[in-house]
Every structure is written in structure tokens, then in C-alpha cells.
Design a protein around this ligand. Structure first.
Ligand code: OGA
Ligand code: MN
Length: 302
């Protein structure tokens, strides 16, 4: 039976009616979920029983090809043995919380900056599917921002200025903003890519700002002018009226469209409380191109 979606926010984000995503394989249900993603941009599925394999398999059924190595695992390897599964937990191989000075923790802290996943590689990330396996009772929410509503509310002159602009995205930039240091060898692999500042959803026709803390500069603009514009746009796009705050329950799978939203993690007592989430991100390639891209290995990043 096709799922129905109940809005969670006046602008976007919706909760799906009960269904077990492990057994969702038919074209009609998958199409209904894709349509829900185009419209709502963030979908919440409660009470899932996903393990790593079924999470990866569902992401492939939903959108085709998967990103690999979008976390620090690109540099260090990860505890799952599969680079398409990004570790969003604060746990080590033994399942214990990472010490405060662990490099993986320091790297992951940048998830607390507003961002989209894998905008710093080509093709970028489309859907991220984040599965909550274990969540402390007072665990923090994840916040989302609707980049279509943020675009819609700009005045026409501003839209005309922004529409043709291109921006350089780099994971090294967003990490360096926080003072995280890469080796010369790592930095060499993290040169980043150029992306449009405004994107159009091919199904709904709605435009969205494509912003992230990964954006280091606007092409053709001086660094200070570009960064001032970006700070201004980030401030605009993350006003509370655009923000949906997701309070996690164990068993939640939240899917967001990285081309239509930004998100960020919030601080918590992460050197004591366990929080185990795992993410799969799909490649933003046109339908049909997925097969060619399936063999593609993304560059390191987060
Ligand atoms: C992610 C991410 C935020 C969080 O999984 O890509 O940014 O709250 N997560 O863990
Ligand atoms: Mn993220």
C-alpha cells in the first residue's frame, strides 16, 4: 500500500505512515517515496528494523548509486568495513564513546555547521538516509533548513543577482573554519568542486539555494565579497521559520534531499552519552545515469 505523508512543519518535512522499508521493493511504493521527497524534502520513517545491509539495499532501491567515503573513513577506514556506510556515531570499534581528543570526533564536530552532504564532490549527494540505531534519552535533535522557501522569499533583484552564480565547495574549507588540520597529503585529495548557487528540482520546478559551510568562495568575486554574501545568505536561510528540528527515536530513518535542504547536528554530552547513527548518501546523477556512476568512488570527505 502506498504511504501517506503527514506534515511536520508548515513549509516542509513529513512523517510517513507505518511501513517496513526492508520489504519496500515495488515500483509504485518507491515512486511514491521519491515523489514525497520531491515535495517534502525531508521524510521521517519511524520504527524501522534496518541493519547495515538492509539500509544500504533500500538506499539503492530508492535512488540507484551510492556515495562512498563521505566521512573521515576515507582517511582512516571505518568500523563497518563498507565505505558507503558513513559512521555518524560517537563510538569506537569496541562500541565505547570516543575520547574528546580523538581525531574522528574532532573531524565529526564540523557536522554541527550548517551543510549539505557531499556537495564538495562531483556528482554531489542527493538523498541522505540516516538511521538511528541507539539514541540516549536526552540526545539532541538534528536541524534542517528549507532552501526552497529561503529562495522563494528573496526579492526579485536578489534572485537575479544570485541565479547565475557558481560557488566552490571544499570539505577542507569547512574543517579549517573550525581549526581542524589536514596533512598535506590529505589536503591534496580535497581540492573541492564548483557547484551552482541555485538549483531547480526537475520534478516540482522549485528552485533552492545550494549552500553549505563547505562553500569557500563565489567564482568571479573577491574572497571578502563572496564570503560576506555567503554569510548573509546563510543567516537568511537558517532563520527559525525555515528550520525543522527532528527529535530522534531509536528506529527512525530520516531521509533528506541534500539539493533542497541544509542540516546540522547539535551539541550534547557526547564524551559520555552514546549516540549511534549510520548514514547512506546517494549520488545526484540523472535517472538512468546511475548504472554508469555505480562504479564511481567518491573522493574523501564528510
Ligand atoms: C549527517 C549529519 C547530523 C547529526 O549524518 O550527515 O550531518 O545530527 N548528521 O548527526
Ligand atoms: Mn551531514
Amino acid at each position: 500500500m502506498s504511504p501517506t505523508f503527514r506534515p511536520l512543519h508548515p513549509l516542509y518535512a513529513a512523517e510517513a505512515s507505518p511501513l517496513d522499508l526492508r520489504s519496500v521493493e515495488d515500483a509504485a511504493t518507491l515512486a511514491a517515496i521519491r515523489q514525497g521527497m520531491h515535495e517534502h524534502a525531508v521524510l521521517v520513517f519511524h520504527d524501522q528494523r534496518l541493519d547495515d545491509a538492509s539500509q544500504l539495499a533500500f538506499a539503492q532501491r530508492l535512488d540507484g548509486a551510492l556515495h562512498s567515503k563521505t566521512g573521515i573513513s576515507a582517511m582512516t577506514g571505518n568500523r563497518f568495513g563498507n565505505e558507503a556506510l558513513t559512521d555518524i556515531s560517537n563510538l569506537d570499534e569496541a562500541g565505547e564513546v570516543l575520547p574528546a581528543d580523538d581525531r574522528r570526533r574532532q573531524y565529526g564536530l564540523a557536522n554541527r555547521l550548517w551543510h549539505t552532504d557531499a556537495s564538495f564532490v562531483e556528482p554531489p549527494g542527493r538523498y541522505s538516509l540516516l538511521s538511528a540505531r541507539a539514541i540516549a534519552p536526552d540526545a539532541p535533535p538534528t536541524e534542517f533548513a528549507d532552501m526552497r522557501a529561503a529562495w522563494d522569499d528573496l526579492d526579485p533583484a536578489r534572485k537575479a543577482l544570485l541565479e547565475p552564480l557558481q560557488a566552490h565547495h571544499s570539505i577542507a574549507y569547512s574543517r579549517q573554519v573550525l581549526g581542524f588540520e589536514f596533512s598535506a597529503e590529505e589536503a591534496e585529495k580535497l581540492k573541492g568542486v564548483v557547484q551552482p548557487l541555485v538549483r531547480t528540482n526537475p520534478v516540482t520546478g522549485r528552485k533552492a539555494l545550494y549552500l553549505a559551510s563547505h562553500v569557500s568562495r563565489i567564482l568571479g568575486w573577491s574572497l571578502p565579497e563572496g564570503r560576506l554574501l555567503l554569510l548573509d545568505l546563510m543567516e537568511h536561510a537558517t532563520q527559525s521559520r525555515y528550520v525543522y528540528s527532528h527529535q530522534w527515536r531509536a528506529g527512525d530513518l530520516v531521509i533528506w534531499d541534500n539539493l533542497q535542504t541544509m542540516h546540522r547536528a547539535r551539541p550534547f554530552d557526547d564524551t559520555h552519552q552514546k549516540r549511534d547513527l549510520r548514514r547512506v548518501t546517494t549520488l545526484a546523477v540523472p535517472p538512468g545515469a546511475a548504472l554508469n556512476a555505480a562504479g564511481h568512488t567518491a573522493h574523501p570527505g564528510g
